[in-house]
Design a protein around this ligand. Structure first.
Ligand code: ADP
Length: 512
């Protein structure tokens, strides 16, 4: 049987089998909030990291373009110097160094020396000869004796001209315009190199880490004679991500979620208070009705007696002609008044005997009604240290008036909580059981309180019957009236081994 109950409940995981009244249906909400926080934190962290990487990339590309422009300008400057030399052919004797050529190094420190091949003379090595031939063909300066190592970057630039051809020996490291350079050369993480035919000259060492994100920029210098490829590389390591901002974001999200939770808790508490007020108001109205019904029931009998006695007195007076006709008239008035009072009470009783006549029955989920009532009383149960178990054997849809049903459950739970006040805290347990028996929806509310004495049991549904100090004795009477009004039934029994159990039976809603 236990297995059957459990497996039935597993089919409907939305219905908890064992739940603490102190926090009904709450664990899921905490889990969801935690998940939401994790997702928001991760999303924010990714966006922040991406934004940081985008900024780093933009800064890198700007620096790389500046480097490319500066080095290109220098290369073009070398071409211009050569062209000027060729144009202003030297006045010195062939083979003798011209003073203008000598002074070039002091103006352009990257130009280490100038060589000239006058007509009839030859270059000191074949590389220069080849370069001059190439220059003659291409009509622009040509490279010779390229010597690119890590530290040393030297090459010669040869321009074929008439009558004398010229060659510049250029020092690459002195060629970099450091004053205009956009990066701190020693500490910058960007590595800048110039590459030509597999040879590499390191302009700026940078810092290349093995992991992380790699930015790369490659572009030939804007010079036909020195088409070195400028390669800039920036490796962004994990440590460079904005961990501080990401942590602040995560904390902010946590604070936001906590604030949201607090706001939701407050809102729930407010809703619960409003609902309690509403239930209380309905309850008071219904209690008033029950009170009137009780009064009608109680007063009807004495009124009937008054009527009978007055009629008898009237007859006696009629039999004794000595009495004054005024007495006869007064007695007649009394009969009329008594009848009127009886009529009024009868009308009142008829009105309150069908308290839900105006409310149409509807399909109500019994477990949901129980959940609503439990939720309302959660703080009460928590304060009293009551544990609650809810067993839902199968979903039960009953045909009932929702408010009346919730009021019955609320009343039964309130009574049970009051009864549990009379036993030690560790023994306070409330169990609710929902199932279908013989085609009717059944809710059992059992407590482990002191129970109901056998001699008291037959009277608990009577109006004004109470054993509670300050009790009105109308709650159960009202519940029974409401249950009967919905074609249901409410019975009270002793709970084994102790306590009381109330069983509410209601008609099932027609199937879909
Ligand atoms: P009141 O709560 O005002 O006394 P009720 O009609 O709700 O009126 O209850 C009538 C009586 O039924 C209570 O005074 C109490 O003696 C008994 N009773 C109701 N519920 C329980 C319960 N769960 N355990 C023990 N006695 C109960």
């Amino acid at each position: 049987m236990k297995v059957a109950i459990f497996s039935a409940c597993q089919k409907h995981p939305e219905i908890g089998v064992m739940q603490e009244l102190t926090m009904p249906f709450k664990l899921n909400a905490y889990g969801q909030r935690l998940l939401l926080w994790l997702v928001l934190s991760a999303l924010g962290a990714v966006l922040l990291a991406r934004s940081e990487l985008r900024q780093l990339r933009e800064a890198f590309e700007t620096d790389a373009r500046i480097s490319h422009r500066l080095l290109s300008q220098r290369a073009v400057q070398h071409e211009a110097v050569l062209a000027t030399l060729a144009l202003l052919q030297p006045t010195a004797q062939p083979g003798v160094a011209d003073t203008a050529e000598q002074r070039l190094s002091s103006v352009y420190p990257q130009i280490l020396s100038v060589q000239r091949r006058d007509p009839g003379s030859i270059w000191p090595n074949t590389s220069l000869v080849d370069a001059e031939n190439a220059s003659r063909q291409t009509q622009h300066a040509a490279l010779a004796n390229l010597d690119f190592t890590d530290q040393l970057g030297r090459y010669q630039l040869v321009l074929a001209a008439q009558p004398s051809s010229f060659s510049l020996l250029i020092d690459m490291s002195a060629s970099v315009p450091w004053s205009d350079w956009s990066m701190p050369v020693q500490s910058s993480p960007v590595r800048v190199t110039l590459e030509q035919a597999g040879k590499v000259f390191v302009v700026q060492p940078g810092r290349v880490t093995p992991s992380g994100w790699r930015f790369e920029f490659r572009k030939n210098l804007a010079s036909l004679s020195q088409p070195f490829e400028l390669v800039a590389v920036r490796q962004v390591g994990w440590l460079e991500l904005p961990w501080g901002v990401m942590a602040v974001w995560t904390l902010l999200m946590a604070a936001l979620m906590a604030g949201w939770s607090a706001w939701q808790r407050q809102r729930n508490a407010r809703r619960r208070a409003e609902e309690l007020l509403r239930v209380g108001q309905v309850e008071r109205l219904n209690t008033l009705g029950e009170l009137a019904a009780g009064m009608a029931h109680e007063l009807n009998q004495p009124l009937t007696a008054i009527l009978a006695n007055t009629q008898a007195a009237k007859r006696l007076l009629q039999d004794d002609p000595d009495e004054l006709p005024a007495a006869l008239q007064a007695m007649h008035q009394a009969v009329v008044q008594a009848r009127r009072a009886a009529d009024v009470l009868a009308r009142l009783r008829r009105a309150v005997e069908q308290p839900n006549a105006a409310q149409p029955s509807q399909v109500v989920d019994l477990a949901q009604a129980v959940r609503n009532a439990l939720d309302l009383l959660a703080p009460e149960g928590k304060r009293r240290g009551v544990t609650v178990s809810v067993q839902v054997v199968q979903p039960v849809q009953v045909l009932a008036e929702r408010v009346a049903l919730e009021q019955i459950v609320h009343n039964l739970l309130t009574n049970a909580l009051q009864a549990l006040d009379l036993v030690p805290m560790s023994e306070r347990h409330l169990s609710l059981h929902i199932e279908v028996v013989s085609g009717r929806g059944v809710l059992r509310v059992a407590d482990t309180g002191p129970g109901i004495a056998p001699e008291t049991l037959p009277h608990v549904f009577e109006p004004f019957f109470t054993t509670r100090e300050g009790g009105l004795g109308l709650g159960l009477s009202l519940c029974e009236t409401l249950a009967t009004g919905m074609d249901g039934q409410l019975i009270a029994q002793a709970n084994a081994p102790r306590g009381a159990v109330f069983t509410l039976t209601l008609p099932m809603a027609p199937g879909p």
